[in-house]
Write a protein that binds this ligand. Structure first.
Ligand SMILES: [Zn+2]
Length: 423
């Protein structure tokens, strides 16, 4: 995985915050705004509407991890082993490699599945939730076997120490973050350019090598029958089907000349190569029996698993400096005068429908609540008293601030000003 950009959102994950983030990413990498690019998100309202505004060309895709959580919450269904439940159907459609399989399964089961389950699954366009449908939109859309935002989640975990520091000081957190990013970049660069005596035998990345080994070991050529190998000026074509299913025939298309970094990764009408980003069993069988001349197991691998591509992603001449100190920041940078710590209640109201029967809290409510908390705190046991005292001090300070605010003239303007900063 290569990080394109990251940011810390202070306050709410609202549309404005997200917009700033996507604008930054677009400026740094204008190339991401293309029809062939897919952005997987948890479909947070602010996030997806801001992407639509800034990155007008990209395709949005709903993270399968979050989708499964939502289905589980609504209908149960565990891991999806119970037939004809929403989870079971979702899992089956996720596995489809092409649109005709999606249509086939749907027509086969739609009568038998409960309408509310079907309706829920249909709430999102196929292109935004099933990889096969997304890939079918254009020949250059590839999902690389990804359907969840797990990469972003694991980066969140890796940066946990940064996130914790944002509670005290944004600058301190940012410095640590730059240091961590720099370490990661230098480590990946060293890996990509590692010189050892086996290098010439490893033309692919470590992951590429192990994937190639797996797919070639697992393909049983005895299962397949290859018919009709033809060629044009630019491509070889081979028709292939399983002996057990002669009615399901697929066509593999392989470029005659090596493409990017010499790769001859082609396409197959089964849809698997673009959905998973690796050669399908059909391609592997064709290589193994030698049906297409000069096609090797390395050259059938897509270019994104080549060592050359890896090295392009981490150029040696680029260094990622991180020797920034607080003292240097103080002497070389300007102070941001409008940056303030804002209590939670000054942040703009959260989007979405308030819970039934719940009243929106005003400033006076916050004051009352903190007074209540203070009372509760005084009644605590001796063991807990130490911590509670600290809490009480914080609470009362906050309450004093609020009271001061209320007494001052132009309260409204002050509060609005704070909210403006928080946004
Ligand atoms: Zn295939």
């Amino acid at each position: 995985m290569v990080g394109l950009g990251c940011g810390i959102l202070f306050g709410n994950e609202d549309k404005n915050n997200w917009k700033t983030f996507w604008e930054f990413l677009h400026k740094a990498h204008p190339i991401i705004n293309q029809r062939s690019k897919t952005i997987i998100t948890d479909q947070d309202k602010g996030s997806s509407s801001s992407i639509k505004e800034i990155l007008t060309e990209v395709g949005l895709f709903h993270c399968s991890f979050h989708r499964r959580q939502n289905i589980l919450r609504k209908f149960g269904g565990g891991k999806g082993n119970t037939p004809l439940t929403a989870m079971w159907m979702y899992n089956r459609l996720m596995q489809c490699n092409n649109v005709s399989s999606i249509q086939y399964l749907r027509s086969k089961y739609s009568e038998k599945i409960h309408p509310s389950h079907l309706h829920y699954l249909g709430g999102i366009d196929d292109e935004q939730q099933y990889p096969a449908a997304r890939c079918a939109m254009s020949d250059d859309i590839i999902m690389y076997g990804l359907s969840a935002s797990s990469g972003a989640e694991s980066m969140n975990r890796a940066n946990d120490s940064v996130r914790r520091r944002t509670a005290t000081d944004a600058l301190n957190a940012a410095l640590l973050w730059v240091q961590k990013e720099s370490d990661r970049y230098e480590r990946s660069k060293a890996d990509a350019w590692k010189k050892d005596r086996f290098r010439s035998e490893k033309p692919l990345t470590p992951r590429g090598m192990s994937l190639m080994k797996d797919i070639f070991e697992n393909c049983d050529t005895a299962l397949y029958r290859i018919t009709n190998v033809t060629e044009t000026d630019t491509h070889h074509f081979a028709k292939i089907h399983k002996y057990s299913t002669p009615h399901r025939e697929y066509e593999v298309k392989i470029p005659i000349e090596g493409q990017t970094h010499g790769s001859r990764f082609g396409t197959c009408t089964c849809g698997f190569p673009r959905k998973e980003g690796i050669p399908c069993d059909h391609m592997v069988a064709i290589v193994k029996v030698g049906a297409i001349p000069m096609l090797t197991k390395v050259s059938i691998m897509p270019y994104w698993f080549t060592r050359e591509q890896w090295q392009l992603q981490f150029p040696t001449e680029v260094i990622s400096p991180a020797d920034i100190t607080l003292a240097a920041m103080k002497s070389n940078s300007l102070k941001v005068d409008n940056l303030r710590y804002c209590p939670e209640w000054t942040v703009g109201r959260k989007k979405g429908r308030p819970k039934k029967g719940q009243r929106t809290l005003g400033i006076t409510d916050h004051i009352q609540n903190s007074a209540k908390k203070r009372k509760r705190a005084q009644g605590g046991t001796a063991r807990r008293r130490g911590e509670l005292e600290i809490e009480t001090i914080l609470e009362s300070e906050e309450a004093d601030d609020i009271e001061q605010l209320l007494q001052a003239d132009g309260v409204e303007a002050e509060i609005k000003g704070t909210i403006g900063i928080a946004d």
